[in-house]
Write a protein that binds this ligand. Sequence first.
Ligand SMILES: Nc1ncnc2c1ncn2[C@@H]1O[C@H](COP(=O)(O)OP(=O)(O)OP(=O)(O)O)[C@@H](O)[C@H]1O
Ligand SMILES: [Mg+2]
Length: 242
Amino acid sequence: MTAPGLQVQGELWLDRAPLIRNLRLDFPAGQWSCLLGPSGVGKSTLGRLIAGLAGPFQLQGHCRASDAVPLSGRVAMMAQDGQLLPWASVLHNVTIGARLRGQVPDMARARSLLAELGLDAMAHRRPGTLSGGQRQRVALARTLIEDCPIVVLDEPFSALDAATRLAMQDLAARMLATRTVVLITHDPLEAVRLADKAWLLSPDGACALDLPETVPPRSYRDDATLAMQARLLARLHGMQPA
Ligand SMILES: Nc1ncnc2c1ncn2[C@@H]1O[C@H](COP(=O)(O)OP(=O)(O)OP(=O)(O)O)[C@@H](O)[C@H]1O
Ligand SMILES: [Mg+2]
């Protein structure tokens, strides 16, 4: 599978008012791009736009793939709130995409993903009986099983403890190595560890951020990673919530 790059240009509007002006974003093919910015600036809205989801937002401009093929059906999104079906088992939640399309779900793949994410013992539990971090991993499994060339992850690791977060970051980096990934995150270390490219969003547009020259996923012990994390944190600290 060859993953295309993505370009988003124009003005993002919400409820007939501009949310982010002057967007000139590019997400390189087969790489991880991070979106950072204050709460409420429009990161999730932008993610939903890329994923082709409906909402009270619109782009005055264009969002297109570098191969000029329509994006429809080629983007999987893990939503910020996970959006699991409360009445369905973990296994059913992970395989819901295939069921909705009238396909036979790949149960072996679902079980193998759950095992990789440390959830093999929970396949038959309901989401309401899981911890927040476990539910987040179920939502990640449901996104990974879609096997799409473009993947939007909206704060996918925010509910995880530090050690599990590092492990899941490495696992996602490995599993999505050839995909074009848009990772929305509030965590500067996560961005610096995983990003090939990083963008800081404000109502006035997107600004490309410096990253270490090394190849992600970067070690959290690395001096360059830690130095960049501190610089990014200072920059975010200077921004007001939207
Ligand atoms: N369905 C909706 N209807 C109306 N306004 C919305 C809707 N969803 C989000 N908004 C508003 O759009 C703006 C951007 O929200 P969005 O969720 O994209 O922000 P965000 O950058 O992802 O924030 P956070 O970091 O807190 O997740 C906010 O002011 C929010 O209140
Ligand atoms: Mg959000």
